[in-house]
Design a protein around this ligand. Structure first.
Ligand SMILES: Nc1nc2c(ncn2[C@@H]2O[C@H](COP(=O)(O)OP(=O)(O)OP(=O)(O)O)[C@@H](O)[C@H]2O)c(=O)[nH]1
Ligand SMILES: [Mg+2]
Length: 441
C-alpha cells in the first residue's frame, strides 16, 4: 500500500531532517518537493496545494523556528495535517436505533461492492449482529450467484427474488423484520460510468428503504477519476461514508488522499484483499503513519515521549525534589531535550509541572560542546562538580576540544541551575526556567 509514495516522502524527509536550522527558504523548498510528490501520486491539485499551504503556515510559526529539531517538527506537522486531510477522527459504522440497521452500497462497476457487501456482513456478524445480504444487482448475469457464493463462505443468508431492485430492497426489509435479522446489507449494480438511470435507481432504493447508512464504494487504484465520480455521485445521492477498496494493490495514494477533502464525507472502511475478513475500520491517524512510513520520526518522537514520561519523569522529579541533581543527570536530561525539542517540552511532561514557559531553548552546536565537556569529566567530577579546580578544568577543556572559559561558563551555569533547583520546592518552575538559555559564549 502506497509503497512508492512512502518511499519518496521518506527521501524528502531525509533532506528536511538534515537541516540544522529552518529558514523560510528551506521550508518552502522542502514543501515544494512534498507537493510535487503528492501531485505525482495523483493527489488532486487543489487538495495538495491547500495541504502544503497549511503545513507551511504552521511550520513558519515561532515554535518550529525556535526548536532544536525543526526537521522533526515539520514532519510531525505534516503528519498532523495528513490526519486532518484523512478526516481527523475515526468515523465508526452507525447502527440503527431500531433494528434492522440498513446499509446501502453504491459505486461504479468493478469497484468491489459485492465483495465488500460480504465483508461488511461478516464484520457485522462478528460484532454480534444477525445480518442479511440482499442481491439487488439483477443486471449482471452472475451477480446474484456471486453474492450467494460469498454468503455461503461466511454462513450468511442471501435474499434474492425475481423483481426489480427497488422492490427487492423493500421485500428484503419485510423479510428481515419477520425473520429477526437485525442488519441488512444491500448490494447494487455497478455501471461503467455514472448514468442517470443508475442514479435514479439508487436514489429510489434509498428513498424506499431509508438506509441507516449509504456507502460509496471506490476502487483506490483509480486515482483522480474516482474522486470526480465520488463527487458526482454525492451530488446526486448524498451518501454517509466512503469505502476504499483494493488498498492492498499497487495504489499511488491519490484517491485515498484526495477523496475526503473533495467530497467532505468520512472514509468508513478500507478493503485490503480478496479474502472476506480483509476489511478494516478506517483510522486517519494509523493511515497517516502508514503513508509516512514505518519507523518514521513521528513514532520516534512519540515513543521517546512516552518512554520518557514513564521512567525519566519519575526519576528526574525525585532527584529534583531531593536536590541531588548532578552533571550526569544534566547530561541525560540534555539528551532528552535534544531528542524532544525543548526544556519546556521536557518539563511539561513532569507531572504537575506542565505550565512551563515556551521560550527555553538549546542550540544544537552548544549542545555538542556541552556533551563533550561533560563526557571529559570523570565520574567523580560529574557527581561532585565542586572539586573542579583549575587543573581539572584545563584537562577537561583539552579533552573536549573547548576552552577553559567555556568549561567555566558551563560549570557556572550548572551551579546556577542547581541553585534554582534547590529553590524549586518553594518557588515555581516557571520563574526558575523562564530565562534559562544554555549559552557558552
Ligand atoms: N485485491 C483486492 N481485490 C478486491 C478487493 N475488493 C474486491 N476485489 C476484487 O475486485 C473484483 C471486483 O469485485 P466485485 O466485488 O465483484 O466488484 P463489484 O463492484 O461488485 O462489481 P460489479 O458488480 O461488476 O459492479 C473481484 O475480482 C474482487 O475479488 C480488495 O480489497 N482487494
Ligand atoms: Mg457486484
Amino acid at each position: 500500500m502506497f509503497e512508492e509514495l512512502t518511499l519518496k516522502l521518506e527521501t524528502a524527509f531525509k533532506k528536511i531532517r538534515g537541516q540544522g536550522k529552518l529558514t523560510e527558504k528551506n521550508i518552502s523548498d522542502a514543501l515544494r518537493e512534498v507537493r510535487r510528490i503528492l501531485i505525482d501520486a495523483d493527489v488532486n491539485y487543489k487538495v495538495a496545494k491547500d495541504f502544503i499551504e497549511k503545513v507551511e503556515k504552521k511550520s513558519l510559526g515561532k515554535e518550529v523556528i525556535a526548536s532544536i529539531t525543526p526537521g522533526q517538527l515539520i514532519i510531525k506537522i505534516i503528519n498532523d495535517e495528513l490526519i486532518e486531510l484523512l478526516g481527523g477522527v475515526t468515523s465508526p459504522l452507525v447502527l440503527a436505533n431500531v433494528p434492522p440497521s440498513i446499509y446501502l452500497l453504491a459505486g461504479l462497476q468493478g469497484s468491489g461492492k459485492t465483495t465488500f457487501a460480504a465483508k461488511l456482513a461478516n464484520y457485522l456478524k462478528k460484532a454480534g449482529q444477525k445480518p442479511l445480504l440482499v442481491a439487488c444487482d439483477i443486471y449482471r448475469p452472475a451477480a446474484v450467484e456471486q453474492l450467494k457464493q460469498l454468503g455461503k463462505q461466511i454462513d450468511i443468508d442471501v435474499f434474492h427474488i425475481d423483481s426489480n431492485p427497488v422492490d427487492i430492497a423493500l421485500q428484503s426489509l419485510k423479510y428481515a423484520k419477520e425473520n429477526n435479522y437485525n442488519a441488512i446489507v444491500i448490494d447494487t449494480a455497478g455501471r461503467l460510468h455514472i448514468d442517470e438511470q443508475m442514479m435514479e435507481e439508487i436514489a429510489k432504493i434509498k428513498e424506499t428503504v431509508k438506509p441507516t447508512e449509504t456507502y460509496f464504494i471506490v476502487d483506490s487504484m483509480t486515482g483522480q477519476d474516482a474522486v470526480n465520480t465520488a463527487k458526482a455521485f454525492h451530488d446526486r445521492i448524498s451518501y454517509d461514508g466512503i469505502v476504499l477498496t483494493k488498498l492492498d494493490g499497487d495504489t499511488r495514494g491519490g484517491c485515498a488522499l484526495s477523496i475526503r477533502a473533495v467530497v467532505n464525507k468520512p472514509i468508513k472502511f478500507v478493503s485490503v484483499g480478496e479474502k472476506l475478513d480483509s476489511i478494516e475500520v478506517f483510522h486517519p491517524d494509523r493511515m497517516a503513519s502508514r503513508i509516512l512510513g514505518k519507523g518514521d520520526i513521528v513514532t520516534l518522537v512519540e515513543k521517546a515521549q512516552s518512554a520518557f514520561e514513564e521512567k525519566e519523569a519519575e526519576k528526574l522529579e525525585e532527584k529534583l525534589r531531593a536536590n541531588k541533581f548532578d552533571f550526569e543527570d544534566f547530561l541525560s536530561q540534555l539528551k532528552i531535550i535534544k531528542r524532544l525539542g525543548s526544556v519546556s517540552q521536557l518539563l511539561s511532561m513532569i507531572p504537575g509541572l506542565s505550565s512551563i514557559q515556551k521560550n527555553v531553548q538549546v542550540d544544537e552546536k552548544v549542545f555538542i560542546k556541552v556533551e563533550a565537556i561533560i563526557n571529559s569529566m570523570t565520574k567523580e567530577e560529574r557527581r561532585n562538580p565542586k572539586i573542579l579546580n583549575a587543573s581539572r578544568k584545563r584537562r577537561i577543556a583539552r579533552g573536549s576540544g573547548t576552552s577553559i572559559q567555556e568549561v567555566n561558563k558551563l560549570v557556572k551555569q550548572f551551579e546556577e541551575m542547581q541553585k534554582m533547583i534547590k529553590k524549586l520546592n518553594s518557588m515555581d518552575f516557571n520563574k526558575a526556567f523562564r530565562n534559562f538559555n544554555l549559552k557558552l559564549n
